[in-house]
Design a protein. Sequence first.
Length: 246
Amino acid sequence: MIPKRFMLITMTTLAAGTAAMAESTARFVSWSGTEINLASGEFADILSSPGTGFSTADMNAVNAELRKDGIETQGRISILLAETAAGLSVLTMFDDVDVVDPPGTPTIVTSQVTVPQSATWQYNIDAGGTFDVIPIGNEILLSGAFNWNSGIDSEAMAVSNLGEGDSGSFYLNEFEQGGLSPNNTIQMLTMQGGVWTVIESLDFLPAEGGGPEFEYLTFEITQIPGPAGMCLLAIAGLGVTRRRRR
């Protein structure tokens, strides 16, 4: 028979461990009303440098991991949720260079992203573009123009240090399709069974009046324990309750 004291210590240890296993999720809603729930993965070593830089090495690390899991990254805009050195981050990967295709195709996408004041941000516009930070009330507007030669370059942006309940929006415009795929251009990625998976694909939508095609997404961050964590919490709680009754 297992001693009660050992059982209590074990259960308490398991309960404490559930915090580390807690899975972060983000709920996105597209312009058409499609709800997309993303589970976080981990890129613990990226975005570790101080400042707002999203290094080429970090971009390559993310895209390589996605390709390893069978994700087609070249010609796509990939949006995913990940734990990084900068905290919980929404990563937006603009294209990839899986197969080099010189001289490249000029591609331009702009983004207007609203985030809470507590958020941080990182970006890479080494191939070309601009990035401005504009305080608006209790939010911050991140206004970026990403301009790269598809087949030669790629770029990226991250919104980081996000916590439960944080929310915001993404407004993307495709000014120059260039090397981007005309279909399933924006892919929403989730972590599923330890593997990155495309959970939803979106296309840029025609704008009224003939403006650049767009996609608009709102998001909210939530944090929930995974199924295993919930079971451990229940077991631990039962053990503590039984001890108190005695």
